[in-house]
Structure formats: C-alpha cells, structure tokens
Design a protein. Structure first.
Length: 315
C-alpha cells in the first residue's frame, strides 16, 4: 500500500463516492483510481467500499474504520509539509477563512487589515457559506478555519474556540412607533410588543435564528415572519422600505453606518450568543494562524490553542 492509494480513497469518499469527480480533482483517470482502490482492497484482504455493479455506493463497516485511519495518516502527511513550510517560509503562505456573511462584513474588517500589515506575504481568502458548509470546508481542508455562531461546536472532527459574544438588535425606521419608547421601556421591550409587527430576520440556518423561534414559542406566540434572509444587509434594506421590523445580530448594526435606522438591543429576549472559530482536530498550525486567532480573540494564546487543537485526542 502507498500514499497514492490513500489519496485516491480519501478523495473518493470526499466526492460522495463519485469516481469521475475524484479522478478530476486528482488529475488522473477514472480507471486509474478504480484500479488503485481494488489493488488496495486485495492487499488488505477486505472490501473498503460497497458496490452495486461497478458503482461505488458507500463504505463497508471495515471500510469506515480504514477510512478513519487513512484520514489520520494523510493529515499527518499534510502536517509534515506544513512543518517544512513553516521553517522554510515562516511568513509566507495562504490563509483561507470560512465565514458567514455577517463575519465577513462586520467582524473580519476589524482583524484582516492588521493581519495583512503583520503578514504582507500571506494570501488571505474568504470562503462564505452556511455554518454547515463551513464545517465541511474545514473538515475537507478547503479552509484553514471557520467562523460561525451555529453548528460548529457540534461537528465531529472539529475543535471550536470562543471568539466573541453578541446579542440581537431590533432595527426599525426612525418614525416607527417603537422609537417612541423611553429608554427604560426600550430596555424592557417584550416579545408581545415585537410580535405586533411583521418581522424580517435571518434564514433558519443562520445567526441565532433558533433562539428567536424558541423565545416566541416559549410564550405561545406565532410571529408574522414576512421575510427570511441570509444576511443583515438584506434585512436592513427591507426594514428601510417599511416592510417590517428587523431582528439582526448586534454586531451588524452601527448608528453611524445605519443612520436611517434605529437599533433597540433585545438580548434580554433572545439571549447571548458566542461566535466560535472552528479548526480541524490534530492540524499543524502555522505561526501566522496563531497570530490571526489571537487577533480575533486576545485570550486565545498559543498554549491554550495547542491544548485544544493539537494535543486533543483525535482517535
């Protein structure tokens, strides 16, 4: 058996058992991939893949165990390359950041410019997606890390580190009835008051939407959600045309940037949330990745990052 066979098997699994796709990504022929897999199975004496005719349908039970071992082996091979790069080119390389639109638009602009000043030779890329998509990007090593509020902490194979806390904000036009509330009344605004108006908020896969739904459900209130969107900019656009009141992440509202809207903090209604950084367990991290993580959250030191990511059991 050899590393090439390991690569072919890993990529076949990643491509949902599609040999055509796997061979395309690996820049080789489909028969070549198929032959390498069969030779590996013959040498090992077990079937790694379930087949229907010539088509691969999934992993056998022993195949699942083999796939896990191969993934660990290939992760360590990749780590060896990263160690070499780290000492040969300490301040050069690439950093692919998986993020939701909210992180890309409102949080990362506070971090990336300073990072670029410190590491001008590092190529930074943003890969936007839903939290579940971001988790898969990191697991498949298409992204070095991911930032999101939902999902990441529950994904097997990922370690997540706390980045920052936030609460929701209600946004309304300046002449909306809710803007007549006194500061004390605004601090104590109720779900019943909010539910009097059509609501515009996030899609169910994003930014604390579950907490919004759960809060209304706990009171037996069925809110009139007239529009769901993937990012706060869209929500604010439709609030501006008076289609309803918006519920967005507090980080996405800035009175200076949004002069045509009024924000009312509603953390007491929907709770506090933590945006987390997801990393693949057992991965070797370049020096500039440690620096980036520390810029995102100053409490993330090299020591506690290593304790969570590198030295955590990855069996």
């Amino acid at each position: 058996m050899n590393l090439q066979q390991f690569r072919f098997i890993r990529e076949t699994i990643r491509r949902n058992f599609n040999l055509t796709e796997a061979s395309r990504v690996l820049f080789t022929s489909q028969p070549g991939v198929s032959k390498a897999i069969i030779e590996f199975e013959d040498e090992l004496g077990i079937k790694v893949f379930e087949r229907h005719g010539k088509r691969i349908k999934g992993l056998t039970k022993p195949g699942a165990a083999v796939a896990s071992i191969i993934d660990r082996i290939m992760r360590e091979v990749d780590n060896l390359k990263k160690v070499s790069d780290e000492f040969a080119r300490r301040d050069e390389g690439s950093l692919v950041i998986g993020c939701t639109h909210t992180q890309a638009r409102y949080f990362l602009p506070k971090v990336i410019p300073e990072f670029r000043k410190r590491f001008p030779k590092v190529r930074v890329s943003l890969a936007e997606g839903s939290p579940s998509q971001l988790a898969n990007m990191v697991l498949q090593e298409q992204a070095d890390l991911a930032l999101a509020t939902e999902t990441l902490a529950n994904v097997e194979g990922l370690t997540t580190l706390p980045c920052y806390s936030w609460e929701h904000t209600l946004v309304v036009p300046p002449d909306h009835p809710l803007t007549s509330l006194t500061s004390t009344q605004a601090k104590n605004i109720t779900l019943e008051q909010v539910a009097q108006y059509p609501i515009i908020t996030y899609d169910r896969a994003f930014t604390g939407r579950n907490s919004i739904d759960n809060a209304f459900a706990s009171k037996g209130i069925v809110p009139d959600i007239v529009l769901e969107a993937l990012d706060a900019d869209v929500i604010k656009t439709y609030v501006d045309v008076e289609m309803g009141v918006g519920i967005i992440a507090g980080v996405a509202f800035d009175p200076r940037r949004d002069p045509g809207l009024v924000g009312i903090p509603v953390g007491h209604l929907f709770g506090e949330h933590v945006t987390r950084i997801g990393l693949k367990k057992g991965m070797f991290l370049r020096d500039y990745v440690y620096a980036f993580l520390n810029m995102c959250a100053p409490n993330l030191t090299r020591e506690n990052i290593d304790n969570e990511v590198i030295f955590e059991d990855v069996e």
